[in-house]
Design a protein around this ligand. Structure first.
Ligand SMILES: NC(=O)c1ccc[n+]([C@@H]2O[C@H](COP(=O)([O-])OP(=O)(O)OC[C@H]3O[C@@H](n4cnc5c(N)ncnc54)[C@H](O)[C@@H]3O)[C@@H](O)[C@H]2O)c1
Length: 331
């Protein structure tokens, strides 16, 4: 099977390595030549996954048309703010009748569209049935090292989810299928915001009790939002919901957790972001989740507090107070 990965960041490279590790020729493209250069010369993405050897069948390709030519599986792995631009660029080059799998988590800030909505907005109608969405608890660095991982692949057409599941399945990478695209997408983009909150609590010196409370109440508000968007609440109890939430909210490997942690220690957002050198999508997601919950009339106190911390200058102490001083209610 020949595959194409669009986006040579950490996640695109790790997933390209999963496919290439099965012996398949995989072309990987990026707008930036830097990550491609290392993959070509030393089988290593020196920028995003330094020190991890990549299979030689993962081949960098600077020409998007050539990268997509003859592909039997297309993986879209760019940040959410670049998905529309990349889809516009690729729409006339994409092969017909093969799965197009977005692995991006996020909501477009201006339109509040999920990635499936952005792709359906840009791509021609005949490609829509082939869209799939992969999400779940998965740090790129662990996947690139061949460590055990399980994810969810959702597609409206079950056959497409199955094709993607089979393509990615290896002894260490186990995809489950779903037809609940919106549920999988809502889980993937909201957990980053809650991770900023758990990082913040840890950075302020709180411990396991606070983290467990934030994760549990975070899941409750994510499930409320998902239900309002038409998701099956059960999806949010799965890998793409609680699974990803647990991962992101409790590990310093998560950029979003690290943003919160730094803020909890009293550091400036700009300084933390510069140190990370990569996009912490929760910062953008906080804005879109805030607007989406307001539009749908869904109460999301944790996400709202994170939004006010990032965009309205609320202090870490005030964030805490806004959560603990809320009106008492039933669980
Ligand atoms: N890193 C992870 O562990 C991980 C795991 C699961 C899901 N994800 C999701 O995958 C997506 C990508 O994350 P990442 O960690 O790989 O990001 P990253 O910052 O490591 O890399 C993003 C890549 O996209 C490229 N890019 C940016 N704008 C582009 C454009 N307009 N055209 C083409 N390429 C462009 C960049 O050059 C970069 O190589 C995000 O939505 C993220 O939430 C990441």
């Amino acid at each position: 099977m020949q595959a194409t990965v669009v986006g040579a960041g950490s996640w695109g490279t790790a997933l390209g390595a999963v496919l290439a590790g099965k012996g398949w020729p995989v072309a990987i493209w990026d707008i930036d030549p830097v990550p491609l250069a290392g993959i070509g010369t030393s089988n290593e993405n020196t920028r995003y996954l330094p020190g991890i050897p990549l299979p030689p069948t993962l081949r960098p390709e600077a020409d998007l048309a050539k990268a997509l030519d003859g592909s039997q599986l297309v993986v879209l792995a760019v940040p959410s703010h670049a998905m529309r631009i990349v889809a516009e660029r690729a729409k006339d080059l994409l092969p017909t009748g093969v799965p197009i799998c977005s692995v991006t988590k996020g909501i477009e800030v201006d339109t509040l569209m999920t990635m499936s909505e952005v792709l359906e907005d840009v791509l021609p109608l005949h490609l829509h049935p082939y869209l799939a969405f992969l999400s779940g608890p998965s740090f790129a660095v662990e996947v690139a090292k061949g460590m055990q991982t399980a994810v969810t692949v959702a597609a409206s057409w079950g056959r497409v989810a199955k094709l993607v599941q089979e393509a990615f399945h290896t002894p260490y990478f186990r995809p489950y299928t779903s037809t609940d695209v919106v549920g999988v997408e809502i889980g993937g983009c909201t957990k980053n915001v809650v991770a900023i909150a758990t990082g913040l609590a840890d950075g302020m010196g709180f411990d396991a009790n606070a983290r467990a409370a934030l994760i549990t109440r975070g899941l409750a508000e994510i499930t409320r939002l998902g239900s309002a968007k038409g998701a099956n609440p059960q999806t949010l109890s799965g890998l793409a919901g609680i699974g990803d939430l647990l991962l992101t909210c409790s590990s310093s490997k998560s950029r979003n957790y690290r943003v919160g942690y730094g803020l909890g220690q009293g550091r400036a957002l700009e300084e933390i972001q510069a140190e990370l050198g990569q996009v912490a999508e929760g910062v953008l997601n906080a804005k879109s989740v805030h607007r989406m919950s307001a539009e749908l009339g869904v109460e999301m106190p944790i996400s709202e507090a994170v939004y006010r911390l990032l965009y309205e200058g609320l202090s870490a102490q005030d964030v805490l107070r806004s959560l603990t001083d809320r009106h008492l209610r039933g669980e």
